[in-house]
Design a protein around this ligand. Structure first.
Ligand code: GLN
Length: 203
């Protein structure tokens, strides 16, 4: 059996646990503390959406930052959604909000709240060829965009922003997966299945 951990410091982790548990033979565990990480052997990790500055503060305070970095370095699959994508990025920029510690590993530069504030949250069907022909319903909530991609980063989806600029909204680099939107808030399980497949292939 496969066990996938969901980082549960803050944010939309319950929805990821529920979505993962739809996959046959896959268990999901919410992880918060060092002890949680020590007591549960996980094959993959999801870092949910929420607020990445807050998530980084709590991670530092609960002493899980080094565990997260070690997990990424181990080569086991990690998927960051929205704030989780920011947390997983090598670099984050932001016009209005302060900086924060990042886990890093995914060779991208993200722009926080790229599409605007809460009022500018939106839902849109986007083409994600790796998931098949049918578009994926993207729920963008104060979402980041990927502005630069580095070595080994495969672009999985793009979107045209409010300024007519094409930005990356989903990417993969080896065992790391990231997306700007919230697949756990839609009934479409294809993104979760993609991650489960990555985890299964890594065993
Ligand atoms: N804007 C948030 C941040 O910068 C991310 C929003 C989200 O995860 N829905 O952390």
């Amino acid at each position: 059996d496969i066990t996938i951990g969901v980082l549960a410091l803050q944010g939309a982790f319950r929805e990821h646990v529920l979505a993962i548990e739809q996959s046959a033979g896959v268990k999901a565990v919410a992880l918060r503390t060092r002890e949680d990480f020590e007591q549960n052997k996980i094959d993959g990790l999801i870092i949910p959406g929420g607020e990445s500055t807050t998530m980084a503060h709590i991670a530092n305070r609960s002493g899980v930052m080094d565990i997260l970095r070690e997990f990424v370095a181990s080569g086991k699959p990690v998927w960051g959604t929205c704030a989780g994508l920011i947390f997983l990025a090598d670099k984050a920029q932001s016009a209005k909000i302060g900086g924060q510690a990042l886990i890093g590993g995914l060779h991208v530069t993200v722009d926080r709240n790229h599409f605007g504030a809460q009022v500018h949250s939106f839902e849109v069907d986007i083409s994600v060829p790796v998931l098949g022909e049918k578009p994926f319903h993207g729920v963008f909530i104060r979402a980041p965009a990927i502005l630069e991609t580095g070595e080994g980063v495969e672009i999985l989806a793009k979107h045209i922003d409010q300024n007519g600029k094409e930005v990356v909204v989903a990417a993969r680099q080896g065992s790391l997966l990231g997306c700007s939107f919230h697949p756990e808030l839609t009934p479409d399980n294809r993104f979760h299945n993609l991650f489960v497949d990555m985890v299964a292939a890594s065993l």
